[in-house]
Ligand binder design. Structure first.
Ligand SMILES: Nc1ncnc2c1ncn2[C@@H]1O[C@H](COP(=O)(O)OP(=O)(O)OP(=O)(O)O)[C@@H](O)[C@H]1O
Ligand SMILES: [Mn+2]
Length: 546
């Protein structure tokens, strides 16, 4: 009632004041009419700003529709049962919320189902055709030539610098045995390290700088460190189809599972990672640095939660909560300090656009793209092109679309450095989607390392399938089951497609030019082990996610 009467009264008095002002001499009335004009102008500017602000959204919609799209766009079409559900609810449909954060699955009773209850995808004909192409190829002989010089960091430093590397705990033993061709070779050393990462008391917890999503640096009582990525969702969680690969939530279980799959495939270039159930109070809150501690709170459901600080999803609506006081996560050993063991950060030539508006990078539309890559200095000679193919084979199997960079140790001077399979947190997000673009490096370059080919064909021909080998490796992790079982048929299905793509190469190119222990482009002089150097500025520009 009051507001109704006050509203018109105010506007009337405004008009009245204006008209009264006009009757005054110009000298007196001018400033007030100017105020009115300014007010009108401000109103027009404000209205225009509102209109302009609303424009980009519409443009974005239009651009998205008109822009060339990746095959993934098709994924957003709703499933049949979803369409039926929508029809039932008057066409509106259910707005799905983020799923609740579950208890650590390892604390529940294991499911009584057979994880391998799905049909085999192995195709004998396909396999026979590939073996036919490989008749003249001495796979074992070629494998011997893959790693020219194979030694550990400790041996290398002793030999070249008379420098002694301590081996007093499992971290130091792991660092000392970092190899010139693989991150690790000794399974016992890795197992001891994983046990320690899972059990050793934690001395302090810090927010980790770098990267986009929440992660902590754990410092143990022996002063050694690890990267902790907390669990957000249950094992079943599937990536929101409206999220881009660069805005997808990270999954701690993807880090653990990829470490195992990398090892099962014989790469041994992923960083040892284990699951651990942490006590929110005694292991995280009480050990947290001040700026992290400040972000802890008790939720209305009486669970202890934290927000932390990072670029993506570090806010109250995306808080990470215990149930009530336990939080599972992945614990990954910290690579040795870069001042002692420097690393190179290489930008991938097969990097996606990281743009909301353009989803198709050059390599996704130009099938001759690899011809260009093969002439680039770092890829023209040596192991780097084969490393890139290995990495994409791994990424295809795990469904990781987020491989923008790869790092390599820059410590074995004259020896070529290999790509470390680091940062796999966005894998295993879509169990019913195979992004065949991830395999474009293999399909375009048609080269593969003999040991990788042997592993792939071995698993494809069974008797022990890839998913069974992965399952038994992951069963040793304290927080197993690591993956929802729906990912097992997905891995087998992708393996089948991978073998089919390999056959396409064998039907185009002689096997002797495909299966290579090292790649050498005879049209490019030299066999330098130079790495692609990028200025800091280029890196920053490239990394900008729009
Ligand atoms: N185990 C580790 N040891 C040492 N450094 C690490 C380790 N894991 C990650 N880093 C460093 O931190 C950086 C960010 O980590 P990571 O890539 O996992 O985070 P992210 O949030 O996924 O980042 P982005 O969104 O940029 O991919 C890495 O590029 C790497 O340099
Ligand atoms: Mn990442």
């Amino acid at each position: 009632m009051n507001s109704c009467t006050r509203g018109p009264a105010l506007s009337l008095s405004f008009l009245h004041r204006q008209s009264t002002d006009f009757s005054h001499p110009a000298r007196l009335s001018w400033p007030i009419s100017e105020v009115a004009r300014l007010f009108t102008l401000a109103f027009v500017v404000f209205a225009a700003t509102l209109v302009i602000l609303s424009l980009p959204k519409e443009n974005f919609g239009r651009e998205w529709e008109q822009a060339p799209q990746s095959q993934e766009a098709r994924l957003v079409v709703p499933h049949k049962d979803e369409r039926e559900q929508r029809a039932k609810s008057g066409g509106v449909g259910v707005q799905k919320s983020l799923p609740h954060q579950p208890k650590p699955p390892s604390l529940e009773n294991p499911p009584e189902i057979d994880p391998f209850d799905f049909p085999s995808t192995s195709n004998r004909m396909l396999l026979a055709k590939i073996h036919q192409h490989l008749k003249e190829i001495d796979l074992d002989g070629l494998m011997q030539k893959e790693c020219r010089e194979n030694y550990t960091l400790a041996t290398h430093w002793m030999r070249t610098k008379q420098k002694y590397v301590p081996e007093d705990d499992s971290w130091e033993k792991f660092y000392a045995t970092i190899g010139s061709c693989a991150v690790y070779t000794d399974d016992q050393i890795v197992q001891n390290l994983l046990n320690d990462l899972n059990k050793l008391p934690i001395a302090s917890v810090h927010i980790m700088d770098g990267g986009t999503q929440v992660k902590f640096v754990l410092t143990f009582e022996n002063d050694k460190q690890a990267v902790f990525k907390p669990m957000r969702f249950g094992r079943d969680y599937e990536t929101d189809p409206n999220h881009f690969y660069f805005s997808d939530f990270e999954r701690h279980q993807a880090e653990i599972a990829t470490f195992h799959l990398d090892r099962v495939l014989g790469f041994r270039r992923a960083v040892p990672t284990v699951g651990r159930v942490m006590n929110m109070t005694s292991e995280l809150y009480e050990k947290a640095e001040k700026k992290l501690k400040k972000t802890f709170f008790v939720s209305p459901a009486k669970n202890f939660c934290f927000v932390s600080r990072c670029d993506y999803y570090c806010d109250t609506t995306h808080a990470i909560c215990g149930l009530p006081d336990l939080k599972e996560g992945s614990v990954q050993v910290f690579l040795p300090d870069e001042t002692a063991v420097p690393r190179k950060h290489n930008r991938s030539p097969y990097r996606r656009t990281y743009s909301k508006k353009n989803q198709v990078a050059e390599w996704q539309s130009n099938m001759d793209y690899c011809t260009e890559v093969k002439t680039k200095k770092p890829y023209a000679h040596g192991r780097k092109l084969l490393d890139l193919i290995d990495l994409h084979i791994l990424d295809y199997l795990i469904g990781n679309q987020d491989r923008h960079h790869f790092e390599s140790f820059n410590v074995f001077e004259t020896l070529p450095s290999y790509a470390i399979h680091l940062d796999n947190g966005r894998a295993f997000g879509k169990s019913d989607f195979d992004d065949d673009d991830i395999l474009l490096p293999l399909r375009q370059c048609c080269v593969i390392r003999p040991s990788t080919l042997a592993k792939i064909l071995g698993f494809y021909s069974q008797p022990k399938s890839l998913s069974r080998a992965l399952h038994s490796s992951m069963s040793k992790d304290p927080v197993h089951p690591i993956l929802a079982f729906k990912h097992y048929p997905a891995i087998e299905r992708r393996l089948g497609k991978l073998v089919a793509y390999l056959l396409e190469c064998f039907e185009k190119v002689p096997a002797s030019q495909i299966v290579l222990p090292e790649f050498h482009n005879t049209n490019v002089p030299g066999d330098g082990v130079d790495e692609e150097e990028k200025s800091e500025e280029d890196e920053k520009k490239d990394d900008k996610k729009t």
